[in-house]
Write a protein that binds this ligand. Structure first.
Ligand SMILES: [Mg+2]
Length: 234
């Protein structure tokens, strides 16, 4: 096993659906605060609150819930009642326990990839939330290691790779986010593959300028990855 190349995998929206749960909840939230703000105003206020809270709460459901509660209180000028706040908390509790469904074809593809790679999941967010999803996904048996980091910066990737004695030049990372899964790994001298997901959080989108000069493959689905990696190995 030790001799097998290490393949890095993002988890949320690469292996299983995640962002859609946030967007569904956000849609409900926009309706809940509709007495005080139109959807566009409320969506902008919520995103601003999420951004402001990131440095305090990190990524994840609990920070999202806190942001919804704060936004409801501020948009309503304090008129949002305890029933509505309770509803928001219930949504959060549901999200924290929601089933984790692998995306179509992912389980089969991981089985193929695990035959000649050590699969290293690198995911960012709340440690407990991320580990629960790994366990609930039914995919844990395919993974060599799981690493949960606070932010997916080049430094964070370097720490993870150093910790496992992996040389960046030998490392390939795969994920749905260009700023989180692709650019920091390319910056370290590794290789990266982008597998876009149908739903992307506003804070995970990338400006064309940031991608300029970077060359990385973009696949329609994870199922195309084994052939690409075989190709790369020549
Ligand atoms: Mg992701």
């Amino acid at each position: 096993m030790d001799h097998l190349p290490v393949l890095g995998l993002d988890a949320d929206d690469t292996l299983w659906e995640n962002e859609a749960h946030f967007r569904q909840t956000e849609d409900r939230f926009l309706d809940l605060v509709a007495p005080w703000a139109d959807h566009e105003t409320a969506a902008a206020a919520l995103l601003a609150a999420e951004k402001a809270n990131l440095s305090v709460t990190g990524y994840g459901i609990k920070g999202f819930v806190l942001s919804m509660v704060e936004t409801a209180i501020s948009l309503s000028d304090g008129a949002c009642d305890a029933d509505r706040i309770g509803t928001i908390l219930d949504w959060g509790r549901w999200m924290l326990q929601a089933p984790v469904d692998p995306l179509p074809g992912v389980a089969e593809t991981l089985e193929v990839l695990a035959a000649d790679h050590r699969l290293l999941v690198i995911t960012k967010g709340d440690l407990g939330e991320q580990l629960r999803k790994v366990a609930a996904s039914g995919l844990a048996g395919h993974f060599w290691q799981v690493e949960v980091v606070a932010h997916k910066t080049a430094e964070a990737y370097r720490d993870v790779l150093d910790g496992h004695g992996i040389t960046p030049a030998d490392f390939v990372m795969v994920g749905n986010s260009v700023p989180s899964d692709v650019l920091p790994v390319l910056a370290l001298g590794g290789r990266a593959v982008h597998v876009p997901h149908h739903t992307t959080w506003a804070l995970e989108t990338v400006h064309a300028d940031d991608v300029d000069g970077h060359d990385f493959p973009v696949l329609d689905s994870l199922a195309e990855l084994p052939a690409l990696l075989t190709d790369w190995r020549g």
